[in-house]
Design a binder for this molecule. Structure first.
Ligand code: RIB
Ligand code: CA
Length: 316
């Protein structure tokens, strides 16, 4: 039995690549459910997109649950300019064979963690943290079932990607992010400091495409969409690949290096809203409950992605 997971996401092009990887790693990862949240695109689209990607991965055994439609306090901030109008780049879009479950994502997260053995479930979060914060606020005892929260979000040395000082997932719902970092849960954070070291170079995309399966061809097309965006820099350099990083960590932890720290989130300043104040200096008033990824091995990340898709493509 693999590592028990809940995946909370906002598909989104790189969330979709993350889901294709997670679905392919079926021996190592036991995905209890995929929960979706408003983020890159609206909540109805992120739920639909998760169902579409689940279908491409031939994993309709994994339930999808639609979640919060807006941040805790702030007005929604979408990122369609990075993900296309559909949220899945220029992937052909058709209605998924099976849609999301009727149950709300937060209800699923709470129920799953209440029923879980202590420290047995990893929650991977690759979008705004609205669902996660809402679940923790509704039922704080669910922390008992959590092994850790492995999230993509934040920035320290790299600066921001949605404003000069904040990364999108944290900026989109800073109040939720502050609640999660301050929850006392162990958080493994993959911010831009690490994900900017993981680049979808043309050679790496070609290797993914060469796997030849439906999931691999979709992953390559999604990566190519990001590479073609001028905002992501020169194509030869490759766009940064953010959301697969927490999943790669579960499969090959040595691909990353971390430092323990305390993280606070700016929730008030209009100038620096969503900034992650990553403090490596220990102090009694600053519990070091966060592992902050400071280095990532891009070759290893793409090796895990390509090998996982290839292995899954050979299944009968
Ligand atoms: O800053 C990168 C993050 O914002 C990724 O999760 C991407 O999908 C967007 O949501
Ligand atoms: Ca995302």
């Amino acid at each position: 039995m693999g590592r028990r997971l809940i995946i909370d996401c906002d598909p989104g092009v790189d969330d979709a690549v993350m889901l294709l990887l997670a679905c392919a790693a079926r021996d190592a990862l036991d995905i209890a459910g995929i929960t979706t949240v408003a983020g890159n695109v609206g909540a109805a689209l992120t739920a639909r997109n998760a169902c579409i990607v689940r279908g491409i991965a031939a994993r309709e055994d994994i339930p999808v649950f639609a979640g919060c439609t807006r941040p805790l306090r702030r007005a929604p901030v979408e990122a369609g300019h990075f993900h296309g109008e559909s949220g899945l780049g220029d992937l052909p879009i058709s209605a998924p064979r099976h849609g999301p479950e009727p149950r709300h994502a937060v209800d699923f997260i709470v129920a799953t963690l209440l029923a879980a053995a202590p420290a047995s479930v990893t929650l991977v979060a690759t979008g705004p943290l609205t669902n996660v914060a809402t679940a923790l606020a509704r039922e704080p005892v669910i922390r008992r079932g959590l092994r850790e929260i492995a999230l993509m979000g934040g920035a320290r040395s790299e600066g921001g990607n949605i404003t000069a000082s904040s990364e999108y997932n944290i900026h989109a719902d800073p109040d939720a992010a502050q609640a999660v970092f301050g929850s006392g849960c162990t958080v493994v954070a993959f911010g831009l400091d690490a994900t900017h070291q993981v680049r979808a170079t043309p050679a790496r995309v070609d290797a993914v495409r060469a796997v030849g399966s439906r999931a691999a061809l979709a992953a390559a097309e999604l990566l190519e969409f990001s590479n073609a965006l001028p905002a992501n820099g020169p194509r030869a350099q490759g766009a940064p690949l953010h959301d697969p990083c927490p999943i790669v960590w579960l499969l090959r932890p040595e691909a990353f290096r971390f430092r323990p720290c305390h993280v606070d989130v700016e929730t008030a300043s209009p100038l620096t809203l969503g900034h992650t104040a990553v403090e490596f200096r220990a102090a009694p008033q600053r519990p070091q409950n966060v592992l902050w990824a400071v280095a990532a091995d891009g070759d290893a990340v793409f090796d895990v992605l390509t090998a996982s898709l290839a292995q899954d493509s050979r299944r009968p």
